[in-house]
Design a protein around this ligand. Structure first.
Ligand code: SIN
Length: 532
């Protein structure tokens, strides 16, 4: 396969934004394992947190982000991302995205949403389908762009690095092996600038708000290539996912609580009163833990989100997607409270990067949810992630253009083709599906909202066994998407558990009954892991 100046893996807001900018400077391949629009971005309901109103300020947005991050944000990264947000958002508007607005004092102003942890209304949105509209806008632009190839149904297998090939040059990323799902062949792509924009890892948990693609591919590949991974213990659980046996992964946006929605327990009580002064709009970690506690206390299978005091007209106009979807499952949110449960939602850690998206491995960049820039710290402020993906894509593109090209020695290295040997096709798919289910269930039961050392140890032991079995599969059978996703899921699960075990305190999203307090001296630092 031909070389590209830039290779981007992933087609959400970060990957597509990078590709559009990079295509002005060279050839770009966007690799995506399903269709172009299959990304976490397309599922984002809330919107983009961005300072646009006179009543708001960068200082307030920075302060809210730092407060949510529980002492682990990188303040310089927070400032950069918050302050570059408005410019990047206006570029989205220039290419055709129209955020909701409303008439105020004779002129139109953005209709800003509110979510937990924000001291001001600052969330730009398109009804409750912001991510989908962004995705469509960017894909439309990509179709028009020259020098970009969108390779759908191609899945990255592993990064190719000088170190792994045994060359005595500086270690750096040289390319990537890609499984072409249509032919079943693994192709070799060479590039000097490889960008991971693969999103998160929600599918590592039994219950998640994420789409099926969220299997932690970027973190797993970067870890295998020797890059530094940070803060994987901080998995954000969204408090409100629709509770219905047939409604797989359907998010009920926090924006509903921003518009006055109240969480109630099975007795109809506004139970958040007992947990936090901001009640239903308290920071997400607190709300998710409170729901978990209420459900455990009462033995009920869910709690309820009540927005019946708002008019049906308002609900249909502001939340058409949620309204229609709930109705399809027999819940009229204008008349009855919505049954909800918490579910895994966002990976706050990831591949460690600087504020330009550069990882510890030269030639490798990470942007969007796969990356750990320092914006989120121990807990992400709602709707900061689309903002991060947008800003970091631009910064990473600029940085990659400034980067020195690979040395002559590295360029002289011929990349070996993928060797399949005479490996067989996996005959018993049931083993893959069984292992997949086992990982997701054990992560939910042992590494969920509330953790203990004993449960984490138990998860660790099980995962080691599963990883051994999966390694055997990987070497003895022809690779397939299912097998690759399982391998990545197991790797990421183990990284989450190892990171959680090393943090002997409760901070942000990591809450353990064995160390319920915050320990400032020892643990006010990132959890860093690398294979090397
Ligand atoms: C939501 O709409 O509740 C999700 C927003 C986010 O996770 O940032």
């Amino acid at each position: 396969m031909k070389p590209y100046d830039f290779v981007v893996i992933g087609s959400g807001i970060a990957g597509l934004t990078f590709a559009l900018k990079a295509a002005k400077h060279g050839s770009v391949a966007v690799i995506t394992k399903r269709k172009g629009a299959d990304s976490n971005t397309a599922w984002a309901q809330g919107g983009i947190a961005c300072v646009t109103s006179d009543e708001d300020s960068f200082e307030l947005h920075v302060a809210d982000t730092l407060e949510a991050g529980a002492g682990l944000c990188d303040e310089a990264a927070v400032r950069t991302i918050v302050m570059e947000g408005p410019t990047r958002v206006s570029e989205l508007v220039e290419i055709g995205l129209h955020f909701d607005d409303r008439e105020i004092g004779g002129h139109r102003e953005p209709d800003l949403g509110r979510e937990g942890g924000h001291s001001k209304r600052r969330v730009l949105h398109v009804q409750d389908v912001t991510g989908l509209e962004i995705e469509k806008t960017l894909l439309r632009e990509l179709e028009r762009a020259r020098q970009v190839e969108l390779l759908e149904h191609h899945m990255a297998v592993d990064l190719i690095t000088a170190g792994k090939l045994g060359f005595a040059t500086e270690d750096r990323c040289l390319g990537v092996y890609i499984l072409n799902e249509r032919t079943g062949e693994v192709e070799t792509i060479r590039t000097d600038r490889l960008v991971l924009a693969t999103g998160g890892c929600g599918k590592v948990y039994l219950y998640t708000t994420n789409p099926d693609i969220a299997t932690g591919d970027g973190v797993a590949m970067a870890w295998r290539a020797g890059a530094v991974i940070a803060n994987m213990e901080f998995i954000q659980f969204h408090p409100t996912c629709l509770f219905h046996p047939l409604a797989k992964s359907f998010l009920i946006s926090e924006a509903i609580r921003g518009e006055g929605g109240i969480l109630r327990n099975d007795r109809g009580e506004d139970f958040m009163e007992q947990y936090h002064p901001q009640r239903s709009l308290a920071p997400r970690d607190i709300v998710a833990r409170a729901i978990d506690a209420e459900m455990k206390r009462s033995g009920s299978k869910c709690v309820f989100l009540d927005i019946t005091h708002r008019s049906p007209e308002f609900l249909k106009e502001r939340f058409p997607h949620i309204y229609e979807t709930c109705l399809r499952f027999g819940v009229d949110m204008a008349k009855q409270p919505i049954p909800v449960v918490p579910a895994a939602h966002y990976q706050c850690g990831g591949v460690k990067t600087d504020v330009n998206g550069a990882t510890s491995l030269p030639g490798l960049y990470a942007i969007g949810e796969v990356a750990s820039t320092g914006l989120h710290g121990a807990n992400r402020l709602a709707s900061n992630s689309l903002l991060e993906g947008l800003v970091m894509a631009h910064r990473a593109c600029d940085a990659s253009l400034r980067e020195q090209p690979t040395s002559h020695a590295a360029r002289a290295i011929a990349l070996p083709e993928w060797e399949s040997g005479d490996v067989q096709i996996v005959d018993e798919l049931v083993v893959i599906y069984h292992n997949w289910d086992e990982i997701r269930r054990l992560m939910w039961d042992y590494v969920g909202i509330v953790r203990t050392e004993k449960r984490l140890q138990r998860a660790s032991a099980r995962l080691r066994n599963l990883q051994r079995e999966i390694r055997e599969f990987y070497w003895n059978f022809k690779v397939s998407v299912d097998l690759l996703e399982l391998r990545n899921l197991a790797t990421v699960a183990a990284l989450i558990v190892d990171s959680a075990l090393s943090r002997k305190e409760s901070r942000g999203l990591h809450f353990t009954l064995d160390y319920p307090a915050l320990s400032d001296e020892r643990f006010r630092r990132d959890t860093l892991i690398s294979r090397t």
